[in-house]
Design a protein around this ligand. Structure first.
Ligand code: SF4
Ligand code: SF4
Length: 339
């Protein structure tokens, strides 16, 4: 597909904002960055994404009704969102969306939202605080097919606009743009290489992954980490690839409603069975299970269909390291494993 040059993401936002709701990462009154609805006229300059909030909730809702039953009929409660665009999604979060697209490929609730979304990626020019996306093949360059459009800053007033899908190409119709030449592509390549070089040493991540895959981590290590886990669910809530959910039923008048909600594999009762048997009743086993789902090659999702989901369940965003009050986020845990 053809790539273009554009003077500013604001020019792009004003164009696609004519036909879609626009969301971008902005600071709230407390100084925290998160996704906010942004009218085209107040769309602000893009900054490096580096937000604790990923784009997960746009597709996999934290809490939603699945169906209801009035005593005679079951009715689905499918969402029907208007078309929207997420502008400025980091490459690691794009990889996570591609991963969840596969996991939820047959889920009508997820797909109803996903099919209305235009994903505009943002390629970071420098490492974020705890990120390690190059080590898990998730960035800093956006992976093919993971976004519709991707922005990469070349100069103060010049961006490379990559078109990765037909949806992305259609979103640009009517916008007059200059085609990008080889010099722009070379500059992008060099800037991504420089960004990769600037990441700090993360040999503990590679060593931890290999230890997990060779089953050479002592149970004592998991048990010690389990003592530090407060079951707060910070990691699973912020992790862009975590997809576990629970369901509950309640009645309103004569109608029964089934809800689903984000669950956490770090909760004591996550795997508890009706008999009260709990395969992961010990906190160390729950921590172990979490990291195996992130780094064991046994959990690659799509061995029969290689693609964005045929990969580790971690995209290297570093959010679990930042948020974990028990100091067993990804860097801390992989160091424990390898030291
Ligand atoms: S496990 Fe941690 S570093 Fe990996 S994707 Fe999840 S939150 Fe990010
Ligand atoms: S953020 Fe840390 S303390 Fe909280 S559930 Fe996750 S591992 Fe446990």
């Amino acid at each position: 597909m053809t790539d273009y040059l554009i003077d500013s993401p604001i020019t792009l936002a004003k164009h696609i904002g004519q036909s879609r709701d626009l969301w971008q990462l902005k600071e709230n009154d407390s100084g925290e960055r998160g996704w906010q609805l942004s009218a085209p006229e107040i769309f602000s300059a893009l900054r490096s994404p580096d937000a604790m909030e990923s784009a997960k909730q746009f597709f996999f809702a934290p809490r939603e009704n699945i169906f209801q039953f009035d005593g005679n009929q079951f009715r689905e409660s499918l969402p029907a969102p208007e078309p929207f665009a997420l502008v400025g999604v980091s490459s690691c979060d794009l990889t996570a969306i591609a991963y969840q697209d596969h996991f939820f490929r047959d889920d009508p609730h997820y797909q109803a939202r996903r099919q209305q979304a235009l994903l505009v990626g943002y390629e970071c020019l420098s490492p974020c605080a705890k990120g390690f996306c190059p080590s898990v093949d998730a960035g800093p360059g956006a992976r093919e097919g993971s976004a519709d459009l991707v922005l990469h800053q070349l100069q103060e007033d010049q961006w490379l606009l990559r078109v990765l899908t037909d949806t992305g190409a259609r979103a640009l119709e009517g916008l007059v743009l200059e085609k990008a030449g080889d010099a722009a592509q070379t500059q992008r390549h060099n800037q991504i290489e420089a960004c990769i070089e600037a990441f700090p040493d993360d040999s503990h991540i590679h060593a931890g992954i290999e230890a997990i895959n060779s089953n050479s981590v002592a149970q004592e290590t998991w048990d010690a980490a389990g003592i530090q886990c407060l079951s707060c669910s910070g990691c699973t809530t912020l992790c862009p690839t975590c997809s576990c959910y629970g369901t509950s039923d309640h009645t309103t008048g004569d109608t029964m409603i089934r809800e689903r909600f984000w669950d956490s594999c770090l909760y004591d009762g996550f795997q508890r069975e009706a008999s009260q048997n709990n395969p992961a009743g010990a906190a160390g086993d729950r921590v172990r299970r979490f990291w195996y789902h992130k780094f064991s090659r046994e959990f690659f999702q799509a061995s029969d269909n290689p693609g964005p989901a045929d990969r580790y369940g971690c995209v290297g965003c570093g959010r679990c390291e930042v948020t974990c009050p028990g100091v067993i986020g990804v860097h801390s845990m992989m160091k424990k494993i390898t030291e």
